[in-house]
Design a protein around this ligand. Structure first.
Ligand code: GLA
Length: 385
């Protein structure tokens, strides 16, 4: 579904439920991370791009200080709360918590938000590692920014989305997903320094295709596994005497008291090596060396599988099939938080049909699950439509 189709759908639901026309339309994209997994909350580097799957809002101001949220994709189910009263998470409407949190933190940071009717729809696959939740958070901030003409930077909207995810959804995520959703650039990936929030746009030439293969094994990052991994990384950095694993080297890890082969060792080994790969991969992409890019992507996958232990057999199989097809001409790896979700591959555009055919012939036959394949072009981040 295109942006315009999503917009029409949100506009219609808005009119049906509210009985008047929306004044304002905004969107925020999901993302695919090309490389740099679980490095963001270690103050490290990531290289995602925003994709042509997004969350879209139709909205209008209300003068009574009430925010009414309408979930178009769930039969127009509603949630509402008063802006001026303390805003709390709800027990039963988990989707609304991401949005409530954003309004709460906008208010807490002193932005003059007010009431609104907000109808939300989207086509980012849920629980697939493509950041449907970040898109939901960022699009909510973008809606308030547009309606109330807030002087808020896109990176600040990202931080507010992250605060919402931590405090209203219970996942202690890093900043990657919200930053790329808020600040993405068309035809570019962003090399993001998650410590300084500096970004460097890395052009993706037209003759390189980004393929996403969704294993359709869904995950929930809120279930504690993600937070547990984060704690292991923090434990490693504490033992190493560093502010964050970003500051550590493999030599320091090997010389430390952390027992080789222990979980904490393996987590740190992944993060430290992944940081190096991410920066080197960006350089290789800038130099147009797709073979090198591919080497870093394959190595990133192996590290997530063996050291970080966040892949599942279905995901490993997709990467295996893509590796057979692409060889040294491209690269593939799992993308996102892990435990299911998607793989991403970079390849010469003329290899897309071949790669697709191989996955279609083999994945379902082996796993009993039908994959979904998306060919993505990097998009601009959130904004008004
Ligand atoms: C999730 C989190 C991100 C990041 C990735 C793993 O998407 O929201 O902050 O940690 O997992 O790279």
């Amino acid at each position: 579904m295109s942006t315009n189709e999503l917009k029409l759908r949100a506009a219609k639901a808005f009119q049906d439920v509210c009985g008047y026309q929306a004044t304002t339309f905004v969107q925020a994209p999901g993302r695919v991370n090309l490389i740099g997994e679980h490095t963001d909350y270690n103050d490290g580097f990531v290289m995602p791009c925003a994709i042509n799957y997004q969350a879209v809002i139709a909205c209008a101001k209300r003068s009574d200080g009430i925010v009414r949220l309408i979930s178009v994709d769930y039969d127009n189910v509603q949630d509402s709360f008063a802006v001026d009263a303390p805003i709390q998470p709800t027990e039963d409407k988990l989707w609304a918590n991401y949005m409530r949190g954003v309004v709460h933190f906008l208010k807490e940071k002193g932005y003059a938000v007010g009431g609104a009717d907000i109808a939300i729809t989207g086509n980012v696959p849920l629980g697939s590692g493509l950041s449907s939740s970040a898109a939901l958070e960022v699009v909510t901030g973008q809606a308030m920014k547009a309606l109330y003409d807030l002087d808020v930077a896109q990176s600040e909207l990202a931080l507010i989305g992250q605060a919402s995810e931590h405090n209203f959804a219970g996942c202690n995520c890093g900043i990657m997903d919200q930053m790329i959703s808020a600040c993405g650039e068309k035809n570019h990936a962003l090399l993001l320094d998650c410590r300084s929030l500096e970004t460097k746009a890395v052009h993706i030439p037209e003759n390189i295709s980004i393929m996403i293969v969704n294993s359709n094994v869904t995950h929930s990052l809120v279930d504690g596994a993600y937070n547990a991994l984060r704690r292991q990384c923090e434990e490693a950095s504490r033992i190493l005497g560093k502010v964050a694993l970003r500051d550590a080297t493999l030599a320091e890890l090997n010389a430390s008291a952390i027992e080789k082969g222990s979980d904490v060792y393996k987590r740190a080994h992944h993060v430290i090596s992944e940081n190096f790969r991410t920066v080197a991969c960006a350089d290789a992409l800038i130099a147009g060396d797709l073979q090198k890019v591919g080497e870093y992507m394959y190595a990133s996958h192996a590290s997530m599988r063996d050291d970080f232990e966040i892949t599942v057999p279905e995901i490993d199989y997709i990467v295996e099939v893509l590796t057979e097809v692409l060889g040294t001409k491209g690269g593939a790896r799992m993308t996102g938080g892990g435990f299911g979700g998607c793989c991403v591959a970079l390849m010469p555009a003329d290899m897309v049909d071949q790669a697709k055919a191989a996955i279609e012939a083999k994945y379902e036959a082996k796993t009993g699950i039908k994959e979904s394949i998306y060919i993505c072009t990097p998009q601009d981040g959130a904004g008004q439509i």
